[in-house]
Design a binder for this molecule. Structure first.
Ligand SMILES: [Fe+2]
Ligand SMILES: [Fe+2]
Length: 167
């Protein structure tokens, strides 16, 4: 097994993602160089897409079997709204000030969503019914796979060959 057991708990992995993404948003606020901001905006969007996909594919489907489906639906709807903002940021080529505004709205949205997950959803999933270690390992594998795919996409785009993005 490539990871220690304690590091593979699905909820801990997702909470670590939350903290890392929040740190990226804080870093964005401090930047002044627009090229660096644009690069970090892309990095934030990729991290969010990877995180949301892991939750949607590997956690939410199991969660809705054991807890109130309404909570899971809220999470899915919020993810969809985030994806719309992400498309505005990454594919609609916003001007610098517009991108700053979109990132600000996205960060507020993510902040609210994370609070909902960590305060309401995750505690209900920590009861021991789910095999959080196995889910955690699957999340780590999917994260790696998606990160590699995003890396390849950005390399293609850098040489002027746009490729279809996933999700
Ligand atoms: Fe989420
Ligand atoms: Fe999350």
């Amino acid at each position: 097994m490539p990871h220690s057991v304690s590091r593979c708990n699905a909820l801990e992995i997702l909470k670590k993602d939350h903290r890392e993404i929040a740190a990226k948003f804080r870093m964005y606020e401090k930047l002044e160089d627009n090229d660096k901001k644009q690069e970090l905006a892309g990095d934030i969007c990729n991290a969010l897409l990877i995180h949301c996909t892991c939750e949607e594919e590997l956690l939410y489907p199991l969660a809705e079997k054991i807890i109130d489906q309404g909570l899971v639906y809220i999470g899915e709807i919020e993810h969809n709204s985030m994806r719309e903002l992400i498309i505005n940021i990454t594919e609609d080529a916003p001007a610098d000030k517009e991108r700053d505004a979109l990132i600000k709205v996205l960060s507020e949205y993510v902040h609210t969503h994370v609070k909902q997950e960590e305060n309401e959803l995750f505690p209900l999933l920590a009861s021991g019914v789910l095999d959080l270690q196995t889910i955690g390992i699957a999340i780590l594998e999917l994260k790696l796979k998606m990160a590699e795919r995003f890396r390849i996409i950005s390399e293609f785009e850098a040489i002027g060959m746009p490729v279809a993005k996933m999700n």
